[in-house]
Design a protein around this ligand. Structure first.
Ligand SMILES: Nc1ncnc2c1ncn2[C@@H]1O[C@H](COP(=O)(O)OP(=O)(O)OP(=O)(O)O)[C@@H](O)[C@H]1O
Ligand SMILES: [Mg+2]
Length: 221
């Protein structure tokens, strides 16, 4: 679908309605990296560390091994500690991520991050600072974002698309009667990449996300 995974160093936005698997996608992206020796850092603004680890265990991924080996680190940023969190993102985060040697970074989700600022220019500068910190670390990054419930093709904040090199849309397929019948994935943009533009069905099963296309590669370097 992307001709060999995300381009190295890209910041990719993964948008979707609740339950479409954004968090799962992020964890799976890091586990695939750990399997090929790339260190990953998961910055969680939504879920605490324990439930995230539990989700990964439920998918039978060797997350405990990865954490123990230092191949995967989950950092919790508490949106309730607004000022402290913003200060960290706009200040030390780039150095922190570089120090950890992260090759892959996930931020789950930028929608919560955006709630830290109460005006658009604040949200914009936080998002740009975050993307800059990830790029500074030289990592390939996945930012997750909630889709706008009325316009599920765009993120709720409508800003994240602009900081990203690529956008992946996770959505629900609906049948003729309007009921949800499954999940589908689409690549909306991926700079400097010849990607497919078809809507690709996927499912979340016992081992995580599986896309119904042989060519799809979430794990490639
Ligand atoms: N062990 C599992 N086996 C099969 N499907 C699962 C399993 N765990 C979770 N799921 C599916 O994944 C969905 C949740 O995925 P995830 O939490 O990644 O979604 P999300 O897009 O991050 O949602 P939110 O916007 O609420 O954070 C569940 O609704 C469920 O359908
Ligand atoms: Mg989630």
């Amino acid at each position: 679908m992307l001709g060999g995974g995300f381009p190295s160093g890209h910041v990719v936005l993964v948008t979707g309605l609740p339950g479409t698997g954004k968090t799962c996608f992020g964890l799976q992206f890091l586990m695939a990296g750990a399997a090929i020796g790339e260190k990953g850092v998961f910055l969680s603004l939504e879920e605490d560390v324990a439930p995230l680890l539990e989700s990964a265990r439920q998918f039978h991924w060797p997350v405990d091994v990865a954490v123990k080996a230092g191949m995967m680190k989950i950092l919790r940023i508490d949106p309730k500690e607004t000022r402290q969190s913003l200060h960290r993102i706009q200040g030390e985060l780039g150095k922190e991520l570089t120090g950890l040697g992260a090759r892959r970074i996930v931020v789950d989700s930028v929608s919560l991050l955006n709630m830290l600022s109460d005006d658009e220019s604040g949200r914009r500068s936080t998002l740009f600072a975050l993307a800059a910190a990830c790029r500074e670390a030289g990592a390939t990054t996945v930012l997750t974002a909630e889709a706008d419930p009325l316009h599920p093709e765009v993120s709720r904040d409508g800003l994240s698309e602009y900081v990203a090199d690529g956008v992946l849309l996770l959505g629900y397929r609906t049948g003729a009667d309007g009921h949800r019948v499954g999940l589908s994935l689409r690549v909306l943009k991926m700079r400097r990449t010849a990607h497919v533009r078809t809507v690709q069905p996927y499912s979340i099963g016992a081992n995580g996300i599986a896309v119904d296309a042989k060519a799809v590669d979430f794990g490639g370097p």
